[in-house]
Design a protein around this ligand. Structure first.
Ligand SMILES: [Zn+2]
Length: 337
C-alpha cells in the first residue's frame, strides 16, 4: 500500500483557527477525488461545512516511530502530532507546558510503554487529558535491560524506568503487535471507521511480513561466529534476538563522549577477543582513533544505525520500514564486507 500523506505538525493541537483550517483543508483535498468534496485546499470553510467523517482523529504519539505506525493504520482519517520529533532524543525528553497542550486537543494518545515514557502519567494529569492511552508494546515479551546500564546508554537511562528494555520496535514481530494495538485503539475512539483501520492494518502487516523476510535473507551466509558488532547506543537487543546478531557495548563508547586512549586500547582488545566485525560508533569522530582501530583489528567502522528516531522526510529513514531496511543494509554490508 502506498504511504498516505497525513498532516504531521508539531503545532499545538488546541490550536488556532488557522491550524484547524489547515488540517481540514488537507482532508478536503485528500477526500476530494473520491468523496466529491467541492472544497479545494485553502478554501475549506468552517468545521460545520465539512462532513463529520472528514474531520481527522487527533492522535498524539510520543515519538516519531510510533507516529509513523499510527499514520500507516489511520491514513487520512488521523492527524498525528508528535511529542519527540525525527532525529530527536527520546530518552532526554521532558514534557513542557506546550507539550501538555497538545494532549488537551487529542482523542487518543499512543505511547511505547516498557518504561520509555516515565513522564506520561504526570503529563496527562497536567493537561487534563482524560481519553484513552494506547500502550503500543502491550502484550509483548520484554527483554530485560542489561545489568550494567551505564555501559553504552549514557544519560538516557536516567529517564527510563523499570527493568525492561524499551527498544522493542527493533523487532518487526513486536511491531506487528504494536500495529494491532494501535488499530484497536483507533477503532475504539472512531468505531465508524473500523473497517478502514482493519484494512489499513492488514495491508501494513503484509509489508511487515515482507520486511521480516528481507531482514532474515540479508544475513544469510554470514557465519554464526561472525555476527558481532559494537554500538554506541545499546538499543538493538531486540533486533539481535530476532535476527541472530550480537550487539556489544564497550566501556567508554557511549553516545555522549569520546573514549579515552585507555578505553580505545581496551576496545581493541575486546574486538580481537570477541571477533567483532564492525563498529557503529558515530560518537568517535577522532580520525586518529578510528585509524588505529582499523589498523590493529579486522573490524570495520560502519555507518549510522537508527535506534530511537526516524530521520527527516528527506533522510534515509523517514518511515519505520525505511529505518529497518537502512539498519539492515548497514549491518549486512559491514558483516559481509
Ligand atoms: Zn534508546
Amino acid at each position: 500500500m502506498p504511504r498516505l500523506p497525513v498532516t504531521f505538525t508539531r503545532r499545538t493541537l488546541l490550536g488556532t483557527l488557522a491550524a484547524t483550517t489547515a488540517g481540514l483543508a488537507l482532508v478536503a483535498a485528500l477526500a476530494a477525488p473520491t468523496a466529491g468534496l467541492a472544497q479545494a485546499a485553502g478554501e475549506a470553510g468552517t468545521p460545520a461545512d465539512v462532513p463529520a467523517a472528514a474531520v481527522p482523529v487527533r492522535v498524539v504519539a510520543s515519538f516519531s516511530i510510533l507516529g509513523d505506525l499510527v499514520k500507516q493504520v489511520g491514513g487520512p482519517l488521523v492527524a498525528v502530532d508528535l511529542l519527540v520529533g525525527p532525529n530527536a532524543d527520546m530518552h532526554a525528553f521532558q514534557p513542557s507546558p506546550a507539550d501538555s497542550k497538545k494532549l488537551a486537543g487529542a482523542k487518543l494518545v499512543v505511547i511505547n510503554g516498557l518504561g520509555l515514557e516515565g513522564w506520561v502519567e504526570r503529563m496527562t494529569k497536567a493537561s487534563g487529558y482524560t481519553g484513552p492511552v494506547v500502550v503500543a508494546a502491550k502484550g509483548l515479551k520484554p527483554i530485560a535491560k542489561p545489568k550494567d546500564s551505564d555501559h553504552g546508554h549514557g544519560h538516557g537511562h536516567d529517564h527510563d524506568h523499570g527493568k525492561d528494555d524499551p527498544h522493542a520496535w527493533q523487532s518487526v514481530a513486536n511491531v506487528k503487535l504494536y500495529v494491532g494495538n494501535i488499530r484497536d485503539g483507533l477503532t475504539a475512539v472512531d468505531p465508524a471507521n473500523k473497517a478502514t483501520y482493519a484494512a489499513n492494518a492488514d495491508a501494513y502487516l503484509k509489508q511487515l511480513d515482507a520486511l521480516e523476510r528481507d531482514i532474515v535473507a540479508a544475513f544469510e551466509g554470514v557465519p554464526k561466529d561472525m555476527r558481532t558488532v559494537i554500538t554506541a547506543h545499546q538499543a538493538f537487543r531486540y533486533y539481535g534476538a530476532a535476527y541472530g546478531i550480537t550487539f556489544r557495548a564497550a566501556k567508554g563508547v557511549t553516545e555522549d563522549s569520546e573514549p579515552s586512549a585507555r578505553e580505545i586500547a581496551d576496545l581493541i582488545k575486546l574486538i580481537k577477543k570477541e571477533k567483532v566485525r564492525a563498529l557503529f560508533v558515530e560518537n568517535i569522530s577522532n580520525r586518529r582513533l578510528l585509524d588505529r582501530i582499523a589498523k590493529e583489528t579486522d573490524a570495520k567502522v560502519g555507518g549510522t544505525l537508527f535506534s530511537d528516531a526516524l530521520s527527516e522526510p528527506s533522510g534515509a529513514a523517514p518511515t519505520y520500514v525505511d529505518m529497518m531496511r537502512a539498519n539492515t543494509k548497514a549491518l549486512a554490508d559491514a558483516l559481509k564486507g
